[in-house]
Design a binder for this molecule. Sequence first.
Ligand code: NAD
Length: 294
Amino acid sequence: MARIAFIGLGNMGGPMAANLVKAGHEVTGFDLAAPVLQAAEEHGVKAASHISQAVSDAEIVVTMLPQGKHVLSAWTDILRSIAAGTLVIDSSTIDVDSARQAHAMASNAGCLSLDAPVSGGTGGAASGTLTFMAGGSDEAFAKAKPVLEAMGRKIVHCGDAGAGQAAKICNNMILGISMIGVCEAFALGEKLGLSHQALFDVASTSSGQCWSISTYCPVPGPVPTSPANNDYKPGFAAALMLKDLRLSQEAALSTGASTPLGAEASQLYALFEKQGNGARDFSAIIEMLRGKTE
Ligand code: NAD
């Protein structure tokens, strides 16, 4: 069992750190928000009063923070306070350039590093069934894998520094585009007098099949567990989908990749958020696409 420091104990980090404790690791945590830190203590996480105290004795450090700028600032503090050879893992969803910068900082400090963003949301974080997509050296991945397995079900080594973030934003760009496609099809089906169930029965077993219809159907009824049956409570909030689509578009710009549907999806989610829907599940965009909230 390892001594692990966990920085950022919010909606995702809190339950992830709790699963590390359950697996028998000794976990010391830090978060800028006192209530979040207290909640983590209730799950067996030892609370530190500042970041350097949390990490100074750690064999492995995990960060789970909002954006690239938070990760770079936290890693600057962390790398000053840990021994050479310590492994630092960032599981936040951030831009590929910041992820690569964080790896370079760790390498300069003689530390191992991994970008390991997750898919699976707060439900997956609580149940320990996240998918991790990792970027970094074979040595860093081999050391991280048993620890990530305490928080996730599938751990994929995607390549070198930044490859985990690259996989995450490409996957979520597919998701944003496919959800809009599925919503448009249901909105068109409604105009054509087609029942939701009939369209679901056909498309979920035909060439239109995808996760956005089969698992996360954006209309109530066909998939009883989807947020559409629960007044579009997230699930996966539209603001987070917009964040990930914007990251995909930053990456497209910096690499010269052509992603016209990713760009359109990003604009549609920006409009949806502007209309006050950022905290709703991302599948609620069907209402805007029907024209109800314009
Ligand atoms: P959150 O806002 O609930 O948690 C982030 C935490 O980081 C907060 O508690 C905040 O106080 C803390 N924090 C910020 N700066 C800090 C610093 N310098 N030192 C210590 N603590 C600091 O966010 P979340 O939903 O847990 O998401 C975390 C990351 O995971 C994001 O990058 C998000 O995109 C990604 N993600 C979220 C989900 C989801 O469904 N919520 C799913 C997959 C990935």
